[in-house]
Structure formats: C-alpha cells, structure tokens
Design a binder for this molecule. Structure first.
Ligand code: AGP
Length: 620
C-alpha cells in the first residue's frame, strides 16, 4: 500500500513523478504529493484525493527542478487530510520524506522528539521519520561540520534507521544536498531504474517502463544513494553492495488501458491470453505431464512430499482452495489452505515432507510474505506461485512458478485468479503424474488445458447477457453466492468481487451449507447466485436452488447452455461452456467478474479504485 517514486537526473522531476504516481495509484489513492528541489529550497505540493487532483494543483502551481520524490497514500496512521499527506517535512525544512510501511514505535519516538522541541503537524508515523532524520542531521553537523554533506546526510539516515522498528520504503531529500535522493528499504519494496545520467526510484517497476530497462531491486536493510551519475548501495550489516542490474521485460502497452473503460475490464478480457501464457511451454504431451522448471527440487525430493500447504490472502486464497481440490484429486496429496495472516502466528505441525507454497499476485502481500518467512525459518522449502517478477516473495522463495499474466492494475483481481488456478492445475498434473495419475488421464487433462484459451474466449460471449442481468439486479443490497465442490471457491470469489467493488454485502457459501444458517437471509430482496454447471452433484445443487426459490429468493444461475432444469427454476441464467469439473472455476469465474463489474458501474462506484482498498496490501 502506498506508492513512492523518485527522480534524479536532467528531466523535469515533476513530470516523471506525476506519471509514476498515476501508474502507482492502484497502491493507494487517499491523497498524493510530491517534493521537488527548486533552487535552494524543497517545494512540496500535496493534495487529498486521487492523483489527478494533484495534477490539477500542479497546473495551477507548477514546480520545476530535476530532483524530487512523490507519494500516493493509502492511509494507515491519521485520516485523509492535507496535513497527513506525504511528503512530510522534518526539522525546519532540511529533510523531506515519503514513506511506504508502518513505523511501529512511532509513539515512543514522537514523545521523545517532542521533548527535544520538534513540532508535529500530522498524525502520521512518517513525520516521526522526517524529524528523526532531521535530528540526526543536526547532531552529525554539530559533530562533523558540513565538509562532506552527502556523507553527513547518509550518517543521519543510518542513525535514524537504527532507531526505527517496523517496515519502510523511504525516499528522502535534503535541502542542503540538492542533487541527491536517499532510499531505504525494510519490508516495503523499492526498485531503482538505471538511466544515462539519471536514476529513478519506485515502489514497483510500473513507473520505470518506457524510461529504462535496467533495474536494481533493493533488498531489506539496504540504503541507496542516488545522484545523477552515481548509485551507491550499502547493506546495514554487510556494507557496500554491488548493484545487481536486471532487465525489465515489461512494455508500455502492458500498463495502458487501451480502448477499455477500466483496467478491470481490460484484465477480464485478457484472460484467454493470460491463461495461454500460463500454459506456454509447460505441457509435455509425450509424457502426459506438466513441465515445471523453477521448483528447484529434484523429482526424487518431490516424490517424497506427502502433504502440501498453500498459503495466501484474498483472491489468491480462493485460488488456493481450488488448488486443494486439484492436488487432492490428481496427486492424492493431502493439502491444506491457510490464510497467511493466520499461519504467520500459528504453529501448525509441518513435517519435512510438506511442501509449502505462497500464492500471490503481487508478491508483496505483507501477511503472505511473513507466513512464507516463518515457514522458511523453520527450514521448510517454501515456493511461490507469483505474478510479479522481481517482487519480494518471488526473490525470497526457494523456487516457484510465475503466472506470466502481465501487470494486474485493477484492484479487484481477475486475470491473476484464473492464472493461479491454471498454474495450480499444472502443478497438480505434474505431482499427480509422479504418483497415481495415469498416462491417459494426464493426456486428457492436457487436451482440456490446451482448449482453455479458446473456451475462455467463448465464455466471454456471455458479457451482454451479464450486462442485462446487472441492469435488473444492481439495486439489491444483499447477495448469496452458492456453489459446491470446485465451485465453492468460485462462489467465494464471486462474492468477494461484488463486495469489494460495489460495496454490496455478499456471502459465499457451499450451496448445501446454506441450510445451516444463511438460508435465514433468503427473501425476495436477497438474490442468490448459484454456480451450477453440469457435474456429478448437479442434482443436489438443483435441490439447493429449489430451496431458495421456495422461499421466494431470486436466483441467478451460472449454468451450461441448454440446461433446461436450471432454466426452469432460476429467474436468470448466464450460460458458460460445458467443461470438465476441475476446469469449471476457470470458466465460471468470468461471468461473476463481469457481474460485479457491471453492478459496480451501475451503482456509480469507482471500479478500478474501490474505496478503502489498495492493490498490494503491504501492511499487516
Ligand atoms: C482481490 O480482488 C483483492 N484485491 C485481494 O483480495 C488480493 O487478492 C489479496 O490482497 C492478495 O493479494 P496478492 O495476490 O497480491 O498477494
């Protein structure tokens, strides 16, 4: 949460910072601000609201200069007022800071700094960092004078970081050292873009696309000095580090909306392609298995695995539930799906023969990262199923599988879910073929997977039908989402999509479990969305649907074409292609994504930037 950017070089810093903040806005959009070195002072512009409002402010009150930092905020400490906007100023304006993360000991530090005479203007933890650095700067200047100002500033930051507990990605400007940015990371991501006579700083690679292809990912406890012709990185304990330059693969079209009205819609429509990317080069028809190269475990080690733990949050957790069903069905491997926020503090028995996977789109989710670290600390090989290349989880995992879905910018996860499910299907096939799954069974799964991109293309033809249904249902305030077996996680995911972007109360349940409580909610004002494609227990779900209808609950069904039985009972049917049960989550998720999208639009909600949310949840 929160996005930070920085620039030092020869261009207009404000131009780069503003473009970068627009690209990072999915990380938080409560307020935005920039600070630019202009002559002998640092000019700060801050604005509550979305980045566009800051752009408008800058049109009225421009800033010029070629060194600066910027921030888009997802509030943690303090409301969304102008005084709480970043950047924050320390001392009497010597130091200006942007921060992503949470300073846990901010109260103690604030009291101490107040006693020293520092005056606070905001309720944020970040202002503590700004004053703390200013305090150490004064100390350093008193002790060492001003002879080597960059070194004095660096020492001040080193000293301040020693006192801070918590997480941070920091960008820091010093009024008296106007050609330099300091950047520090502990727990919140930072990437440096390397240009010719210029350096860029950002929370993720998005803002760097189109400016440079050379990037350096900072690691925890690293502190970087950025000047237009110098990049120096040091680690808190090991000293100077040679910058490890990597190549950025993204292109500008990956992060543009194109002709789509929203990123979410663009990403829904990308799914035939993203599923194809997840499968590319990973199907071995001769051996009837998947090719999964990055696990860094031998076939022998993998054969010894007797249990799998999948850990994740939100949508990725739902994908994990589908993964549980797949791994147990194909590989007969007992699998548990753990909320990362719980696993990180629990102490479940995990044997040496358990394989742990963290599932995450962003690779930066704080709880998932912490759960992964906890498992690694105990000595378990921990792998990642991740989308963002170079993200913290991708770099820290012992191995893993990339989704190759391209940047997902809409806050509501769509294409990442279907890619995660695709990759989990491949994993189940791979581990299954090492165990009980026969060659013909593997072949059949491969054939079905190969058809998936086209099947998803066909599924998207339901769009118009979904739109009409949204027109009839958008005013309802409560929804139930019901499904069984592979479609239970889909029901959970459908409910989450509706909740997060349209602010409607929606609950996902296993359809039969409804009778144990949620059926009490059913009335003519509570639609139930049944995920009911054909399959083994279709008649049972039909009975569950009848139970809802008997209580005058409106029913929308996601069902296969020509399902007369469902058509007879449901008020509205959205048709999806008929596929094997284990592939139904891929097709059934699509109409639910579209339904949430249209209902949110009709309710006037900001689809790509729903209130209170941020794309990467980098705080606990
Ligand atoms: C879903 O639409 C969400 N925005 C959210 O639940 C998300 O899936 C969750 O925060 C986990 O994110 P990750 O996959 O990046 O770890």
């Amino acid at each position: 949460m929160c996005g930070i950017v920085g620039y030092v070089g020869f261009r207009s810093a404000a131009d780069f910072l503003m473009e970068g903040l627009h690209r990072l806005e999915y990380r938080g959009y409560d307020s935005a601000g920039i600070a630019v070195q202009q002559g002998d002072r640092i000019v700060v512009r801050r604005q509550v609201g979305q980045v566009q409002e800051l752009s408008d402010l800058l049109t009225r009150k421009p800033v010029s200069g070629s060194v600066g930092i910027g921030h888009t905020r997802w509030a943690t400490h303090g409301e969304t007022t102008e005084t709480n906007c970043h950047p924050h100023v320390g001392g009497d304006g010597h130091v200006v800071v942007v921060h992503n993360g949470v300073i846990e000991n901010h109260d103690t530090l604030r009291d101490w700094l107040q006693q020293l005479g520092y005056v606070f203007h905001s309720q944020t933890d970040t202002e503590v960092v700004a004053h703390l650095i200013a305090h150490h700067l004064d100390e350093q200047q008193r002790l060492n004078g001003d002879s080597d100002l960059p070194a004095v500033c660096l020492n001040a930051v080193r000293a301040a970081l020693q006192q801070i507990h918590g997480t941070y990605g920091l960008g820091i400007l010093f009024r008296d050292c106007p050609d330099m940015i300091l950047a520090a990371r502990c727990g919140s991501p930072l990437v440096i873009g390397v240009g010719d006579d210029e350096y860029f700083l950002a929370s993720d690679s998005g803002p760097l696309v189109g400016y440079t292809k050379e990037v350096v990912y900072l690691s925890d406890n690293e502190l970087a000095v950025l000047q237009k012709d110098r990049l120096q990185i040091e680690h808190r304990t090991t000293g100077n580090v040679a910058p490890a330059i990597q190549t950025l693969e993204q292109v500008a079209s990956d992060i543009e909306r194109g002709d789509f009205e929203h990123y979410m819609l663009k990403e829904i429509y990308e799914q035939p392609h993203t599923i194809e990317n997840a499968l590319r080069g990973r199907l071995d028809e001769d051996e009837a298995t998947a090719v999964i190269g990055g696990l860094n475990l031998t076939a022998q080690q993998l054969r010894q695995i007797d249990r799998v733990v999948l850990t994740a949050c939100g949508t990725s957790w739902h994908a994990g539930l589908v993964g549980e069903y797949l791994l147990e069905e194909f590989a007969r491997l007992p699998t548990e799906v753990e909320y990362a926020s719980e696993l990180r503090y629990r102490n479940p028995p995990i044997s040496d023969r358990t394989l742990v996977f963290a599932i995450t789109q962003s690779g930066e989710t704080a709880d998932t990262l912490a759960a992964m670290r906890e498992c690694r600390r105990k000595g378990h090989p921990t792998l990642a199923i991740c989308n963002v290349v170079g993200s913290t989880i991708a770099r820290e995992a012992d191995g893993g599988i990339y989704l190759h879905a391209g940047p997902e910018i809409g806050v509501a996860s769509t294409k990442a879910f279907t890619s995660q499910v695709t990759v989990l299907t491949l994993l189940a096939l791979y581990l299954g073929r090492m165990r009980h799954l026969s060659h013909p069974a593997g072949k059949r799964i491969i054939r079905q997977l190969q058809e998936m991109p086209e099947t998803i293309e066909k599924t998207l033809r339901c769009h118009e039908q979904v739109q009409e249904i949204a027109d009839r249902y958008w005013q309802f305030d409560n929804y139930l989402y019901l499904g069984r077996l592979y479609n239970f996680p889909v029901a959970l995911e459908g409910a989450l999509k509706l909740k997060e972007i349209s602010y409607i109360h929606a609950e996902g349940y296993p359809a039969a479990e409804m009778k144990h409580g949620p059926i009490a909610l059913v009335d003519e004002k509570t639609p139930s969305v049944f995920v009911i494609p054909r399959g083994g227990i279709h008649p049972k779900v039909v009975s569950n649907m009848e139970e809802v209808k008997a209580r005058r609950g409106p029913v929308i069904a996601i069902a296969c074409q020509d399902d007369a039985e469902v058509a007879r009972i449901a008020d509205d049917v959205i048709c999806v292609p008929d596929v094997e049960e284990y592939l139904q989550p891929l097709v059934c998720a699509i109409p639910l994504q579209l339904l949430a999208y249209h209902v949110a639009l009709l309710r006037g909600c900001n689809v790509d930037r729903p209130r209170n949310l941020a794309k990467s949840v980098t705080v606990e």
